[in-house]
Design a binder for this molecule. Structure first.
Ligand code: GLU
Length: 297
């Protein structure tokens, strides 16, 4: 039995698009190839960013592409107690401090200079909670499975926010707590999150949590040269089979897995079982792909 456990962790700020399909697919194939589990976590910690119905659409889209997850989907809105307990632990260790400063106040610095480390500057104002990165936390070094050795100095990372002034949990804290609580061994996600990973590694270190392996994927670039994203209105993935099949094939092509042409219109199960048997990270190129010429949406 494999001890691999992967996850797909979309923020339900809108439906999935081709870029998210590629990330979900790579994470799914990596887990299935390792005979491991593949979990789904809905990252809805920021309710104003998550319109009603978006998460349901995501679940349906994944099903339509045959990306069936193991166990029940988990929701970050159910995990407040775990995030609060993590923050309490960091506070007790002297590794978290309240901060009243606004972005505007430190706009001339590349990272927050830590003014509130030794006492809140403006005690009457709402506070965020930050991690102290100056207390012996070492340089963050890890081996990305595609991009190789990554090294970040705590001074360039600054004191990451753990809880925002409005009381919402920061993504960095939530993702680290969830990955640990859910026993995630492997994180496979887009390159746009690679520069978040050092903060997550710092937090894992500060809380003595196990550290997953990381594989960041090349991004999908649209015809306009921009990364495909909800912000630049990448089209939502379809849910009807005629459109799903060629798009799944296109996603395998975008991941350089060279799926046979005759699979283009094959049922999703057949495409996925071929792709699982042939999944090779060595085929991925550590550069962005141009969507043009791969697929027209
Ligand atoms: N929720 C994040 C997103 O949708 C991804 C988090 C992760 O994979 O760590 O961009």
């Amino acid at each position: 039995m494999s001890n691999y456990r992967g996850r797909f962790a979309p923020t339900p700020s809108g439906p999935l698009h081709f870029g998210s399909l590629v990330a979900a697919l790579a994470s799914f194939l990596d887990a299935r190839r390792a005979k491991g589990e593949w979990r789904l976590r809905i990252e809805d910690i920021d309710p104003p960013r998550c319109p009603a119905g978006a998460a349901d659409t995501i679940l349906r889209q994944l099903e339509a592409f045959g990306l069936h997850w193991d166990g029940p989907a988990t929701w970050q809105h159910d995990c407040n107690d775990a995030y609060a307990a993590a923050l309490e632990r960091l506070k007790a260790q002297g590794l978290a401090y309240p901060c009243s400063c606004s972005r505007k106040q430190w706009r001339n610095y590349s990272v927050y200079p830590g003014w509130c480390r030794h006492g809140v500057q403006e005690p009457d104002k709402p506070v965020a909670w930050r991690l102290r990165s100056d207390l012996g936390l070492r340089p963050v070094v890890w081996q990305d499975r595609l991009f190789g050795e990554q090294r970040f100095d705590p001074a360039e990372l600054g004191d990451v926010v753990l809880q925002r002034k409005d009381g919402l949990w920061a993504y960095q804290l939530a993702v680290v707590v969830d990955d640990a609580d859910q026993g995630i061994s492997d994180v496979v996600r887009g390159f746009d999150l690679l520069d978040n990973t050092p903060w997550q590694r710092q937090l894992q270190h500060a809380m003595s949590l196990p550290v997953p392996r990381y594989l960041h994927l090349p991004l999908i670039i649209g015809e306009d040269g921009q990364k495909l994203s909800k912000q630049n209105l990448a089209p939502a993935l379809p849910e009807y089979d005629d459109a799903v099949r060629p798009l799944l094939h296109a996603a395998l092509t975008a991941l350089d897995q060279a799926p046979p042409r005759e699979l283009t219109t094959a049922p999703v199960e057949e495409q996925l079982s071929w792709a699982t048997a042939h999944w090779k990270i060595a085929r991925l190129r550590a550069e962005a792909y141009h969507q043009a010429g791969v697929v027209t949406l």
